[in-house]
Design a protein around this ligand. Structure first.
Ligand SMILES: *Cc1c(COP(=O)(O)O)cnc(C)c1O
Length: 406
């Protein structure tokens, strides 16, 4: 298998030479001509039930399947060392499809499991939107929240899904995935393990290679990398990879959650520079973390590259590097944190992350606003996504903002 950087540039492009193309084409057709009623109906049946089109099939209708989206899926699956991937209109749409898929009967008949709540375990810390979706039970799931060291105690023989995030948003907590997989297999053999790999990206961490079943991305973040596309994707691996991909595509077709082909094109293009961006941004983040530690207004820095933030020694073992996300607590609590966010000039005060430019935000007020009190981030905590600017300039800006908060 070629090295990661090589695959990042070439994945999902294997057929381009034969097509006489250098760049992937964008297929914007919403509908596709049908040869005759019988074969059109067969194609519809195949795609609406979560299958892939055969060479003889029409693509019928772009809510069911789209070739530009499929190219991005092929590429992402290859980078995640998965079997397949299924792309959605956002990260939350991707998680929604996973949750709805838990309730859908294997036959494709949603009525078989209707009425039974699927038991889900949410391993905190989680992204605020994920925590919120699980806590509401909106999609017919019953979630028990836990912490990594108490996971074994809350797993049940009927647990259907375990959701884990590492590094976690926004605290950068690291979870040992090999331990999670072992614990879940022992205590909840039916359960599927999903890891949100948004912060690490496949450049730094490939959970499917550790026995995880599903990897989720908010593709909006590092995969796109330029702040101009909303998208989500699930990569599937392990013995149930094929069945899970079919189920996800079926839910996607029924609920209408497919990624737009223009977004798919941009996300696919983003993958080519993913390794170089993530590595350069990580180097910047390490310098910014170190610089912040020296500032008197800083109470605490959370960054996986700091020894105290990686007690299990997962960087270098589970992860190939500490990444480009960090958080810090400001002396002076909520008011001081607000002053920092309001005082940055080069860094943008905005939610989202993973793009080429640095962003800062107050997690408890924004991305983690809907999270229950006991799991809400500290109100002096700011989350920083370190971009590709010169790290000295990022530090200069943060320093003046911290000075202004004193
Ligand atoms: C942003 C984010 C999500 C949600 O993704 P959207 O694309 O905004 O729907 C999920 N998980 C993590 C870790 C995120 O940062």
């Amino acid at each position: 298998m070629p090295a990661f950087a090589t695959r990042a540039v070439h994945a999902g492009r294997a057929d381009l030479n034969d097509l006489g193309l250098h760049v992937p084409p964008i297929d914007l057709s919403t509908t596709n001509p049908l040869r005759d009623v019988l074969s059109g109906g067969d194609s519809y049946e195949q795609l609406a039930s979560g299958g892939l089109p055969g060479d003889e099939h029409s693509h019928v209708y772009a809510r069911l399947w789209n070739p530009t989206v499929a190219r991005f899926e092929t590429a992402l699956a290859e980078l995640e060392e998965g079997e397949q991937a299924v792309a959605f209109g956002s990260g939350m749409a991707a998680l929604t499809a996973v949750l709805l898929g838990l309730r859908e009967g294997r036959s494709g008949d949603a009525s078989t499991d209707a009425g039974t709540l699927a038991h889900v375990v949410g391993v905190r810390t989680l992204y605020g939107g994920t925590d919120h979706l699980l806590a509401t039970g909106l999609l017919g799931t019953d979630t028990t929240f836990t912490r990594p060291d108490e996971l074994a105690a809350v797993l049940r023989s009927d647990t259907a899904l375990v959701v884990v995030e590492t590094p976690a948003n926004p605290t950068l907590d690291l979870v040992d995935l090999a331990v999670v997989v072992r614990t879940v297999r022992e205590r909840a053999p039916r359960a599927v393990v999903l890891v949100d790999n948004t912060f690490a990206t496949p450049v730094l961490q490939r959970p499917l290679s550790l026995g995880v079943d599903l990897v989720m991305h908010s593709a909006t973040k590092y995969l796109g990398g330029h702040g101009d596309v909303i998208g989500g994707v699930i990569a599937t691996g392990g013995p149930r990879a094929g069945e899970m991909a079919v189920r996800l595509r079926r839910v996607r077709a029924i609920t209408g959650a497919i990624l737009h082909p223009l977004g798919a094109y941009l996300l696919h293009r983003g993958l080519a520079t993913l390794p170089i961006r993530v590595r350069a941004q990580s180097e910047n983040a390490a310098k910014v973390a170190e610089g912040l530690l020296a500032h008197p207004q800083i109470a605490r820095v959370y960054y996986p590259g700091l020894a105290e933030c990686d007690p299990l020694g997962l960087v270098g073992r589970q992860m190939d590097g500490p990444g480009a996300m960090l958080s810090f607590q400001v002396q002076g609590g909520y008011d001081a944190a607000c002053r920092v966010a309001a005082s940055v000039r080069l860094v943008t005060h905005a939610v989202s992350l993973g793009g080429v430019d640095s962003l800062i935000q107050h997690a408890a007020s924004l991305t983690h606003r809907p999270v229950a009190g006991e799991a809400k981030p500290h109100d002096s905590l700011l989350r920083l996504s370190v971009g590709l600017e010169d790290p000295a300039d990022i530090l200069t800006d943060l320093t003046q903002a911290l000075d202004a908060s004193a």
